[in-house]
Design a protein around this ligand. Sequence first.
Ligand code: FAD
Length: 108
Amino acid sequence: PPDVEELGRSTWTLLHSITASYPEKPSPELQTDTRSFLNTFAKLYPCWWCAKDFQKYIQEERHAPRLSSRDEFGKWMCEAHNAVNVKLGKKEFDCSKWEERWRTGWKD
Ligand code: FAD
């Protein structure tokens, strides 16, 4: 099976990159497709215990994916990643900086 850490790093790169290229004003159709993508992703992620917890997370009312704009989606993904960071005893990431990390590049 793929290495859970390497798989995780690659997958977070993909997921945050998807939020970074998400439109500022997504159509209702794109929001529906994105919701389906996340639900299917959560079923297929090839680390079964990770997938199980992620499915549970996105199914909770208060953690439902926020897809109405790039910034909402980017912040939602950052919070979802932070939930995994907390579970693993890692430091939480400052979600006000998600776009600097994943879209525009760090300001020096
Ligand atoms: P990663 O957590 O992979 O992060 C990569 C980079 O993203 C970091 O270097 C940082 O620059 C940036 N970053 C960190 N936090 C955030 C954030 N909140 N928002 C934006 N950017 C951020 N592993 C397990 O052992 N058990 C699990 O149950 C588990 N569940 C997972 C569920 C999902 C959906 C995914 C995608 C991964 C899961 N993983 C799990 C893997 C785990 O999250 C890490 O990817 C792995 O441990 C490697 O961690 P890392 O410290 O290298 O950085």
